[in-house]
Design a protein around this ligand. Structure first.
Ligand SMILES: Cc1cc2nc3c(=O)[nH]c(=O)nc-3n(C[C@H](O)[C@H](O)[C@H](O)COP(=O)(O)OP(=O)(O)OC[C@H]3O[C@@H](n4cnc5c(N)ncnc54)[C@H](O)[C@@H]3O)c2cc1C
Length: 408
């Protein structure tokens, strides 16, 4: 590892090397976001496969991994989704110790607000479904919501009155860049190559068998190629004539100036599309709903954040004088049933992981675990079997719009 002067703070560049790509690897992973890194991590730790290159077109974890609002929860409606996200949450609970790196994983609870009678019915149904799956979930009335989050305006006079909320106490947030850096450091120590500024321009096949990739740094041969390129996945599979049911949308977020701790939990509202937590360093972190048009631009429209801010100020009058420091967007990959795609493809040795939309950060360790199993054994792990690509032809959809549609 590169030595650095002691007076410099620890910087991610010093946590991993930047090797020249070899001509061949056992496994090439396309995309150095959280999912690509976690997949490499569990390939190495669970399956003993370390001859891996993670190829990243930009800088490591500069995509959605660095752009999300870091909400972690597992209170999804359907058994299939709950299984995957709860597996991820259990892995989060041990990941900081395992990586020996401060992930700032904070189980401060997540409230999902209900603003209408229909919201209440859907929420109570989801709480009961969660309990059946052994997931901690509670239905709170407005007074109980106020106890958990005293700065939330629960006045019945509101345009979007708070009729109650689902609450998952084990849910929370983590520091996303630290998660990437912790994984990257562990991978580097195990000999995995993390290669930045290396865009995969096509996947190479011989007949129906994958044999490698073409990149902006030359061809790289591989026995197996695993896609983890989020919103750009379909641009890679286009080169194979593999058409994916994916749309890519901008999703925006913003942070305020720094404040003393005022916000004890995470509050989400699907109906008004605002999500609020307070980062460890003091910024209020606010997420919005997706911009409705398709785009690969990592920026969104002003009216979306204007609407998000209106809702935030109404729900949290205490924020009315907060200044916005910066806004940004990522490109999220959305499927018709608002669930991810993870598993095999029609090409031997080509694996797919995408379609996490607005909610894939929380799945990071669970994705890595299941995707690594799929790649190592050439068959899906039971937890990701329901999320195969062929569900769009069989019709076995996992419709999570209610719990995941535009809700992080
Ligand atoms: C504003 C915003 C808020 C969000 N909030 C939450 C939240 O609170 N909770 C939550 O669970 N999720 C949230 N998400 C969603 C979450 O961030 C994503 O689902 C998750 O990061 C996806 O992980 P990934 O590793 O697949 O994607 P990414 O981190 O985007 O990684 C994909 C990587 O692939 C690289 N790549 C693309 N094409 C190529 C190529 N051809 N060759 C090489 N590399 C390539 C990209 O540069 C990128 O680094 C949010 C997303 C956004 C944008």
């Amino acid at each position: 590892m590169t030595e650095h002067p002691p007076e410099l703070p620890q910087h991610p560049d010093f946590l991993w090397h930047s090797p020249e790509p070899k001509r061949t690897y056992d496994v090439v992973i396309v995309g150095g976001g959280g999912h690509g890194l976690a997949t490499a991590y569990y390939l190495a730790t669970n399956h003993g496969i370390t001859d891996i290159a993670v190829l990243e077109k930009g800088w490591l974890a500069g995509g959605n991994m660095a752009r999300n609002t870091t909400i972690i929860r597992s209170n999804y409606l359907w058994d299939d989704s709950a299984g995957l996200y709860e597996h991820a949450l259990k892995l989060w609970e041990g990941l900081e110790d395992e990586l020996d790196y401060p992930l700032l994983f904070s189980q401060r609870g997540v409230l999902n607000l209900a603003h209408s009678l229909q919201d209440v019915r859907d929420s109570v149904r989801r709480v009961e479904a969660n309990k059946l799956n052994g997931i901690d979930a509670e239905w709170l009335n407005p007074d109980e919501v106020s106890e958990v989050c005293p700065i939330l305006n629960t006045s019945p006079e509101l345009r979007y009155p708070v009729h109650g909320a689902t609450y998952q106490p084990r849910a929370g947030i983590a520091k996303h860049d630290h998660v990437a850096w912790g994984l990257a450091r562990a991978l580097d120590r195990m000999g995995v190559h993390l290669i930045q500024d290396c865009e995969v321009t096509s996947v190479e096949v011989a007949g129906s068998k994958v044999c490698g990739v073409q990149t902006t740094r030359g061809p790289i041969a591989a026995g197996k190629v695993a896609l983890a390129a989020a919103g750009s996945t379909s641009t890679v599979t286009d080169t194979l004539g593999l058409d994916l049911p994916l749309q890519s949308h901008p999703l925006q977020a913003l942070v305020s100036e720094l404040f003393e701790p005022v916000h004890p939990t995470v509050v989400m509202s699907n109906a008004v599309h605002v999500y609020v937590s307070q980062a460890h360093k003091g910024e209020l972190v606010l997420g919005a709903g997706i911009d409705s048009y398709n785009s690969y631009a990592q920026r969104g429209s002003f009216h979306t954040i204007e609407r998000q801010m209106q809702a935030a100020v109404e729900l949290f009058p205490i924020f009315s004088r907060a200044h916005v420091l910066r806004t940004w967007a990522g490109t999220v990959d959305v499927t018709p049933d608002a669930s991810a795609i993870m598993g095999l493809t029609p090409f031997d040795g080509l694996y797919i992981n995408c379609g996490w939309g607005t909610g894939g950060f929380k799945a990071t360790p669970g994705v890595g675990w299941c995707y690594a199993h799929t790649i190592a054994h050439d068959e899906p792990h039971p937890l990701n079997a329901p999320f195969s690509l062929d569900r769009f032809t069989t019709g076995a959809l996992v419709d999570e719009h209610g719990a995941a549609g535009v809700a992080h």
